[in-house]
Design a protein around this ligand. Structure first.
Ligand SMILES: Cc1ncc(COP(=O)(O)O)c(C=O)c1O
Length: 373
């Protein structure tokens, strides 16, 4: 298999575990084991205490699949396939559902796996640009106009990373129905679902809106447990899950046994888990609102509608300078604060991703502001 480097991961590989402040993370500050295990109910506590470290069921622990299914309206346990993170789920889905020559539309800038794996199998990938001048919004008319007669798949991540784009429910339903009526499979990357800002409700899941649509979920972001490496696909189209399961036999075979039980504990306690994440993200959004309101000389800020990232632009002629690459390099060297320049998305050299999920953002912003001076 030949595939281009995952630019964001290569950037993180250099910095993630050596810097003081990761001000561009997309996950929420992880739970500690002690805090998480304390949330167990009687059943999951005894599963945890009595856990034997053998192989697990390849499709995922039945109780975990059943619990994941409760995040959806029309999804049953059998409609869920568990993977090692959303990343493995995306890899298996794109590798099995797309072939050379297939036409696929993917929103961009965005998570590179969502289009790079398609490219690696020879699919014709059309990157659908989200425009800053439209506040990064999803223009359904323009998106639908980009469909071809032979478009097989449309991939949309919402809430969106890095921009925080969140369509309205009406727009989202319309997209699902446009895809459905054309026989196009909608792939909804919903790893930031339930992190909507300003009391906006979560969108209906893609897999609930259409029988062929596929929803991608993960424990890493909203549930703040990236270290579990538990993700999933949910769809009523069992042929998709079957093809993915056959490829998974060659990737991980099955999930980590401890991670499955811990994910089950986390999902059963999801009210508390989500409330904690929303509190962290909400407090950071308030900090950023204040910061960007004061520093219009340095950045242009489109406020995210959901998710745990935002994508400010360096103001031309401002104190951050004209190049996001150069600013991010100077910042991390001088202050230990890591921002992600937009070149990691193959996008441009004037935006940076900022993360809303970490509890040290206040300190990181102070250091960033000193660097501006
Ligand atoms: C939109 C999107 N999808 C999928 C993933 C993959 O999640 P994980 O790394 O937990 O597998 C990410 C991670 O950043 C993401 O931003």
């Amino acid at each position: 298999m030949r595939i281009a480097d995952f630019a964001l991961e290569r950037y993180f590989a250099r910095w993630e575990f050596t810097v003081e402040h990761i001000a561009c993370a997309s996950d929420v500050e992880g739970w500690s084991m002690a805090e998480l295990v304390a949330l167990a109910d009687d059943e999951t506590r005894s599963m945890w205490d009595g856990l034997r470290l053998g192989y697990t069921e390849s499709t995922g622990h039945p109780l975990l699949r059943a619990e994941i299914a409760t995040l959806y309206e029309h999804i049953a346990a059998d409609d869920v396939l568990v993977f090692a993170g959303a990343e493995e789920a995306i890899f298996c889905l794109m590798s099995t559902e797309l072939q050379a020559g297939d036409h696929v539309v993917v929103t961009w800038p965005g998570y590179q796996s969502l289009y790079e794996i398609a490219r690696s199998v020879g699919a014709r990938v059309a990157l659908h640009l989200l425009r800053e001048e439209d506040d990064w919004s999803l223009d359904i008319d323009r998106l639908v106009r980009s469909f071809h007669d032979d478009t097989r798949m449309v991939v949309v991540n919402a809430p969106h990373q890095p921009t925080g784009m969140l369509p309205s429910e009406e727009e989202w339903r319309r997209l699902a129905s446009e895809c459905s009526s054309r026989g196009i499979r909608l792939v909804a990357d919903e790893v930031y679902r339930f992190l909507e800002h300003d009391a906006r409700p979560a969108l209906p899941a893609g897999a609930d809106l259409d029988e062929r649509a596929v929803s991608i979920g993960v424990m890493s972001k909203t549930f703040a447990m990236a270290g579990l490496r538990i993700g999933w696909l949910a769809t009523r189209d069992h042929a998709v899950l079957d093809r993915c399961a056959r490829l998974k036999d060659y990737t991980t075979i099955c999930s980590s046994a401890p991670s499955e039980v811990l994910a089950l504990i986390g999902l059963r306690a999801r009210e508390r888990v989500i409330a904690r994440s929303r509190a962290i993200v909400g407090a950071n959004l308030a900090l950023l609102d204040d910061f960007f309101a004061r520093r219009v000389d340095a950045f242009t800020w489109v406020r995210p509608g959901g998710g745990s990232t935002g994508f400010p632009r360096l103001a031309a002629g401002g104190p951050a300078g004209g190049s996001a690459d150069a600013f991010a390099a100077r910042l991390v060297e001088e202050t230990g604060v890591l921002l992600l320049p937009s070149s990691a998305f193959g996008f441009d050299d004037s935006h940076v991703r900022i993360g809303l999920g970490r509890t040290d953002l206040r300190v990181a912003l102070e250091k960033l502001e000193n660097a501006l001076a």
